[in-house]
Design a protein around this ligand. Structure first.
Ligand SMILES: NC(=O)c1ccc[n+]([C@@H]2O[C@H](COP(=O)([O-])OP(=O)(O)OC[C@H]3O[C@@H](n4cnc5c(N)ncnc54)[C@H](OP(=O)(O)O)[C@@H]3O)[C@@H](O)[C@H]2O)c1
Length: 249
């Protein structure tokens, strides 16, 4: 048994989204299923832990189904009874299973994974949290992306997917630490499909302390992705897990 607080689901307002299974007025995260591809890594497992704690049906994806199942079992051991036991499988099966699909792999693996599962993403809300960064002795820096950003690249590779960029700036270390009860942070959410953006804002709001904020169109995703390099520099300089807060909102 872990120390995760009980679900913060009471304020959830998921929007109506045709094709991804949300019904009008749904406020029950138990009716939502989220696949987290690359869910065995720090970011994916952290998001999975938080959503499972809020009662969301979460399936972790991995290149190795057994590894995903093992991580899912580990996360289950960190949940309070109110939480919902996650499952684990291969990325392709997870992408089929989730109503919402989160991409949480390294940038180097992003395009190949999206291409592999593109058929399963048609009509679904796809959340891209991938930061196209490289690291050297001077720290992290953004790398050029042909489509402009990882999120736009996903939209190009997975035609018909309702791609949203989000969760670029939430620390995996905080998400995955069950002793951290609240993460006081905003999640900047960008996308061209307003209903899809609202679904992701709802998912952000399931994480205690987190607020999802609509921050523009998908074509601005590159700015969010690049900003992560600055946050990582803050983390390094001040030895923190920095996040973003929008003021006067
Ligand atoms: N870490 C953070 O604090 C943070 C915060 C915000 C956003 N992000 C973004 O979230 C993404 C994931 O971050 P992370 O730190 O969790 O990354 P990670 O640990 O490097 O990778 C996540 C998972 O991706 C899979 N993977 C690794 N290489 C792969 C490859 N070549 N092909 C297919 N799958 C591969 C692995 O799962 P399997 O081996 O099980 O397949 C791995 O566990 C990154 O793009 C990062 O920019 C991270």
């Amino acid at each position: 048994m872990g120390t995760m607080s009980p679900s913060a689901a009471s304020g959830l307002q998921l929007s109506t989204v045709e094709g991804v299974g949300f019904a009008d007025g749904v406020t029950d995260p138990g009716q939502t299923s989220v696949a987290v591809l690359g869910g065995t890594g720090p970011q994916g497992r952290g998001l999975a832990l938080r959503w499972a704690a809020a009662g969301v049906s979460v399936v972790l994806g991995s290149r190795d189904a057994a590894r995903a199942a093992s991580v899912a079992a580990e996360l289950a051991g960190q949940l309070h009874p109110e939480g919902r036991t996650p499952s684990g499988t291969d990325n392709a099966t997870a992408a089929q299973a989730g109503q919402v699909v989160v991409l949480a792999v390294p940038w180097s693996a992003h395009d190949a994974l999206v291409t592999e599962v593109a058929g399963a993403l048609v009509g679904k809300v796809v959340v891209d949290c991938v930061n196209p960064l490289q690291f050297d002795a001077r720290g992290a820096h953004p790398v050029p992306v042909p489509a402009g950003s990882a999120a736009e690249q996903a939209a190009t590779l997975a035609l018909g997917a309702r791609v949203v960029g989000a969760f670029h700036h939430v620390s995996a270390a905080l998400l995955a630490d069950p002793t951290v009860i609240r993460i006081d942070s905003d999640v900047l959410v960008v996308g061209d499909d307003r209903a899809a953006v609202d679904v992701v804002i709802g998912l952000a709001g399931l994480i205690p302390g987190v607020r999802g904020v609509h921050a523009g169109r998908l074509r601005t995703a590159g700015a969010l992705e690049a900003l992560t390099a600055n946050l990582l520099a803050v983390n390094r300089r001040y030895r923190v897990h920095a996040g973003i807060r929008v003021t006067d909102l």
